[in-house]
Design a protein around this ligand. Structure first.
Ligand SMILES: *Cc1c(COP(=O)(O)O)cnc(C)c1O
Length: 364
């Protein structure tokens, strides 16, 4: 397929049809409303494009992390869908963008409730209760205070009360059930009748006890496996290709790349491709990554440089300059698989993708 990529430019292909299919699949599994989490620029794949595709498919609620992400998403989507800002923001800072803050501590609650009373109209918000993450959300002491002074919520129109699971990707972890029980009790006490938002991607796979009025999947939409250790139920979404600039013969005894970390024991053919850690191809993949060329695996040799990476194509005789090597997203080098090789998670592989790629959106 023709790409708008300039010579030497890498290509990031995003299958919007697969994202929509993943969203529908999650909705069917959850059996209730499912939002689209598009924080961090849609996990690196483009929040505007992903958001528009999901909205067209019927998704009416989105989550971003930052106010700035919310402002940009509102500009991309126009009026209509709810856009919830996980990190919250002070009253007044969303101007006319119609963003909904997540209230993460009692100070947030007080500030937005006071602003609503001054404005003389209710302020939509989400209330975040911490049930075991110790990150954001009202802690146990704040929840007890709120229980004693429910008037603190006066002026607010709570759209959802939410919590976030710490260990949803480990179904047997005891904290899952602890968080479930704490959340259920706190909702009954603090926000009876308010719709609840509980599961992230992995939480949707924890079973009916973790169902709520609104699930908040992110990673699974983008093809990251929400059930680590088991087969990935989601469709693959992202594929990164980099251009082969040169194919060269390296004689036995020569070394490859910075630090001379790889020494050819016998003659090798090396393909040098035009992508490196500045493109989010993590340097910790040095000596471990796997590329795909003409459908075959090409092991990464030596270190990942900023703009270049070298792969062993000794066993791929047709390798030639101008070829596109699949850097991420093929069989054997999905984001999850590369993450295992370099000690991270697929989320970090996707959200690290750099800004130099030609981005191609397909299948919407
Ligand atoms: C990032 C995030 C999500 C989505 O998590 P995934 O594991 O990517 O599905 C949901 N809720 C909150 C509060 C988050 O921060």
């Amino acid at each position: 397929m023709a790409t708008p990529a300039k010579p030497g430019q890498g290509v990031l292909r995003v299958d919007l049809g697969a994202i929509i299919a993943n969203w529908r699949d999650l909705r069917a599994r959850h059996g209730a409303e499912v939002a689209g989490v598009v924080k961090a620029d849609g996990y690196g794949l483009g929040a505007a494009e992903v958001g528009r595709a999901l909205a067209a498919a019927g998704c009416t609620t989105f989550f971003v992390a930052h106010l700035t992400e919310g402002l940009a998403l509102r500009a991309a989507l126009g009026p209509g869908p709810a856009i919830n800002v996980l990190n919250g923001f002070p009253p007044g800072s969303d101007e006319d963008a119609d963003l909904t803050p997540v209230l993460n501590h009692l100070g947030d609650v007080a500030a937005h409730a006071a602003a609503a009373r001054v404005a003389g109209r209710p302020r939509a918000a989400l209330l975040h209760l911490d049930t075991g993450m110790s990150r954001l959300g009202l802690d146990a002491w704040e929840q007890a205070r709120l229980a004693e002074a429910p008037d603190l919520l006066r002026g607010l129109e709570l759209r959802h009360v939410m919590t976030h699971l710490a260990c949803a990707d480990e179904p047997a972890h005891p904290l899952n059930e602890i968080q479930r029980a704490r959340f259920a009790a706190a909702c009954d006490r603090l926000a009876p009748g308010v719709p609840r938002s509980f599961a992230n991607s992995s939480g949707i796979f924890l079973g009916a006890a973790f169902r709520s009025d609104l699930a908040r999947p992110g990673c699974a939409l983008y093809g990251i496996n929400p059930t680590p250790g088991r087969p990935n139920p989601m469709r693959q979404v992202a594929r990164v290709e980099a251009e082969v600039l040169q194919v060269r013969d390296v004689p036995a005894g020569d070394t490859v790349g910075y630090g001379a970390s790889y020494t050819a024991r016998e003659p090798r053919r090396i393909a040098t491709v035009a992508a490196g850690y500045a493109d989010g191809y993590l340097r910790s993949l040095s000596g471990r990554g796997i590329g795909l060329l003409h459908g075959r695996a090409a092991p990464l040799l030596g270190r990942v440089s900023m703009d270049l990476t070298t792969f062993d194509v000794t066993d791929i005789p047709e390798a030639a300059p101008g070829d596109r090597l699949v850097l991420i997203g093929g069989p054997g080098n999905t984001a999850d698989e590369l993450a295992v090789l370099c000690g991270t998670i697929g989320y970090e592989i996707l959200t690290s993708l750099g800004s130099r790629y030609a981005r191609l959106y397909e299948g919407a």
